[in-house]
Design a protein around this ligand. Structure first.
Ligand SMILES: NC(=O)c1ccc[n+]([C@@H]2O[C@H](COP(=O)([O-])OP(=O)(O)OC[C@H]3O[C@@H](n4cnc5c(N)ncnc54)[C@H](OP(=O)(O)O)[C@@H]3O)[C@@H](O)[C@H]2O)c1
Length: 331
């Protein structure tokens, strides 16, 4: 386990990074692990240029948060991008906003999403939002941002979801379109498992890119508070602040860089290395250590399920793009 004290010491060294770190956050608005990660990065980094995505109904609250971050770090340039990531087609707006202003992206943190306890209500793209916010949209963003990420010396993607908790899926219905196959739990398993397989595929094609798929464990966020209502309150919850403190460590420490491509915050003395998954990404547990889920993942790779997930994902993205071009087809 990486001690919180070690994490705090590392995070203090973010102040020594060169100015001008560029970071993008999705799922960092009025609540959650992403918001706390954003706060800690904005507080420590010298003259960072940070982009943060908020859906329309959260823009006002997020502007208030960003105003306070600008006050606490006057060297920071923080830009709000309005987009609803339950729609894959909205990712284009995010990518365009960052690409217009930046030539590189050092860090991309994706922490949006929710458990769909309330049941299923599809978006106008025909996707179930707990899956689009946690898988189809963030992965689309990573894929589209690769040119900017690859232009950075030590690029990193931090996906806050459920790394190491991949499990068997209904391979005949990956997006769970058939209501008989859908449940909030199946949606969570499919999103997390497809996320790892697709991120591994992207990491293999982009060898300098560090990809961290993190399972933060129980963190006392408004998202987790909703679990109470369903009698699912997990024990030993960490505070949201610790969640964000650990999140920024994973996003900035060279312990999670691709070997030979460090360049962010040096690895704390005495801390051993972390292993990558067989597919080449860091699957990291709540304590910052690598987890091993090869018992599940190796079988997927052997059977080509990773390629099947990728083809399925590209097909879904193409369908969403086609729908966005023909608004008459909207539901
Ligand atoms: N907390 C935990 O214990 C825990 C444990 C394991 C895994 N996770 C996973 O970690 C991720 C973050 O969890 P959390 O507890 O921090 O969640 P949270 O408190 O519910 O925060 C989720 C964030 O996603 C944003 N978001 C949701 N739907 C969106 C949309 N359509 N468009 C744009 N932004 C949207 C929310 O913005 P708004 O302000 O607009 O709602 C918020 O900023 C989730 O994927 C969760 O499943 C959490």
């Amino acid at each position: 386990m990486v001690a919180l004290q070690t994490v705090l010491q590392s995070n203090a060294n973010i102040a020594r990074l060169p100015s001008g770190l560029v970071a993008l956050f999705i799922g960092a608005t009025s609540s959650g692990i992403g918001e706390s990660t954003l706060q800690h990065l904005a507080q420590h980094a010298p003259a960072p240029r940070i982009y943060s995505v908020a859906r329309p109904q959260s823009v006002a609250a997020h502007e208030t948060l960003l105003a306070s971050l600008r006050k606490s770090n006057p060297t920071a340039t923080i830009t709000l991008i309005t987009a609803d990531i339950s729609l894959v087609s909205e990712i284009d707006k995010i990518v365009a906003a960052v690409t217009q202003k930046e030539t590189k992206l050092h860090i991309f943190v994706t922490a949006g999403g929710r458990m769909a306890f309330e049941g299923r209500e599809d978006t106008r793209e025909g996707l179930e939002p707990s899956m689009s916010t946690r898988y189809y949209s963030p992965l689309r963003a990573v894929q589209q941002l690769l040119p900017l990420l690859n232009a950075a010396p030590s690029p990193r993607v931090l996906a806050v979801l459920a790394g190491g908790r991949e499990a068997q899926m209904n391979e005949a219905d990956l997006d769970l379109r058939d209501p008989a196959n859908w449940s909030y739990w199946n949606a969570a398993v499919h999103a997390a498992t497809m996320c790892t397989l697709a991120l591994e595929r992207l990491a293999r094609g982009n060898p300098r890119l560090s990809v961290v798929h993190w399972d933060p464990g129980p963190v006392a966020t408004p998202g987790l508070a909703k679990w109470d209502k369903y009698g699912l309150t997990p024990p030993n919850q960490r505070s949201q602040d610790e969640g964000g403190t650990r999140g920024v460590f994973l996003a900035t420490n060279d312990r999670y860089a691709v070997q030979g491509h460090g360049g962010l915050v040096p690895v704390p003395e005495g801390l051993g290395g972390v292993n990558k998954s067989g597919g080449g990404i860091f699957l990291v547990d709540a304590d910052g250590e690598s987890t091993d889920n090869e018992g599940v993942l190796a079988g997927f790779r052997e059977r080509g399920v990773d390629e099947m997930v990728w083809s399925h994902t590209e097909k879904v993205w193409a369908e969403c793009a086609a729908r966005a071009r023909s608004p008459k087809d909207e539901l």
